[in-house]
Design a protein around this ligand. Structure first.
Ligand code: BMA
Length: 314
């Protein structure tokens, strides 16, 4: 059997720099959410100075997106945010809690990379809330509801002595975060052995929180970024029910294999649909945006029936 877990959309890539009405060299790593019967995509673009900004695109069907005339989020000119966003803003994740959308993004500066938190209610105006980590952290994703009265997020701190792993942290107010602990580590000589990090905003299912994450393997021709899945306990997402032994998506199309950074599929967003499918959005080779569809139960089964450590199926 060689059926793909994720079925690629036939007209990938769905968004490229040619679709953007201002000058950029890439379109990638977008957070995506459904709002008012529209799919909203907040995508990253490199400018021609190598720094990144965030643009906005909208779609009725989740495939055919139209880009807004102006960027949505660019480095702040405010004194505090401005200092930490000097080198650009990257890789937005979107979490809807009640009637507002929380946006986490990587803020780059001479001080390293840390996470900014902003909010919007309408995807027209955006308000920065706080810088919610020190450096160096990337890929912070907030769960789309409070759990046991607290906000919960997945983190990916950098380390000099340990492989970069997925952590969890908690907050009463979105500003102060703590009780951090590591919950998933890369596995040696496995597709994600070099480093892992949170990807899409976790999706609530009746079996647990579905976490579509990225994992990296180093080869003689450089790093390969793939996507995998993990299932977290609904009431206590620090408890891992299972991590799929196999990846769900790897670079295969030409625009995933070759680009600004070759051999990369990288997700910041996935949209669950009422028919039990999920649209997964990913950046291909840090250059273009792609989408594919998977069956949510298939992804859950991978975590439950073929977790890491299980004897490989013959
Ligand atoms: C990671 C991040 C992502 C990027 C990936 C591949 O470290 O910078 O934004 O997609 O590398 O270049």
């Amino acid at each position: 059997m060689n059926n793909p877990i994720v079925t690629r959309y036939k007209n990938n890539p769905i968004l490229t720099k040619k679709d953007v009405p201002y000058t950029v060299s890439t379109v990638h790593n977008a957070g995506v959410v459904k709002y008012n019967d529209e799919y909203i995509m907040l995508f990253r673009s490199h400018l021609h100075n190598g720094r990144s900004i965030i643009g906005i695109a909208k779609s009725k069907d989740g495939y055919d997106f139209k880009v807004g005339a102006e960027p949505f989020l660019t480095p702040s000119s405010d004194s505090v945010f401005g200092e930490y966003e000097e080198y650009g803003v990257e890789d937005v994740r979107i979490s809807q809690i009640d009637n507002e959308f929380l946006l986490t993004y990587s803020a780059y500066s001479r001080h390293g990379v840390r996470i900014g938190l902003a909010r919007t209610r309408d995807f027209v105006t955006v308000e920065r809330i706080s810088l919610i980590t020190q450096s160096d952290l990337r890929n912070v994703v907030i769960f789309p509801q409070k759990i046991n009265g607290q906000y919960v997020r997945l983190d990916r701190p950098h380390s000099e002595i340990s492989k970069w792993s997925i952590w969890i942290s908690y907050s009463p107010d979105l500003i102060h975060w703590g009780n951090s602990k590591v919950i998933i580590k890369p596995e040696t000589y496995h597709w994600d052995e070099m480093k892992i990090g949170p990807g899409a905003t976790p999706i609530k299912t009746d079996k647990g929180w579905l976490n579509i994450y990225h994992g990296v393997f180093n080869t003689m021709s450089g790093a390969v970024y793939r996507l995998g899945v993990a299932l977290h306990d609904l009431d206590d997402p620090s408890i891992i029910i299972g991590v799929s032994d196999q990846w769900i998506l790897q670079p295969e199309d030409p625009w995933e294999i070759t680009g600004y950074v070759s051999n990369v599929v990288f997700t910041c967003g996935a949209v669950p649909e009422e028919d039990g499918s999920v649209k997964i959005y990913w950046g291909g080779a840090d250059s273009v945006m792609c989408v594919g569809s998977a069956n949510m139960n298939d992804l859950i089964d991978l975590c439950l029936k073929n977790p890491r450590g299980a004897v490989p199926h013959v």
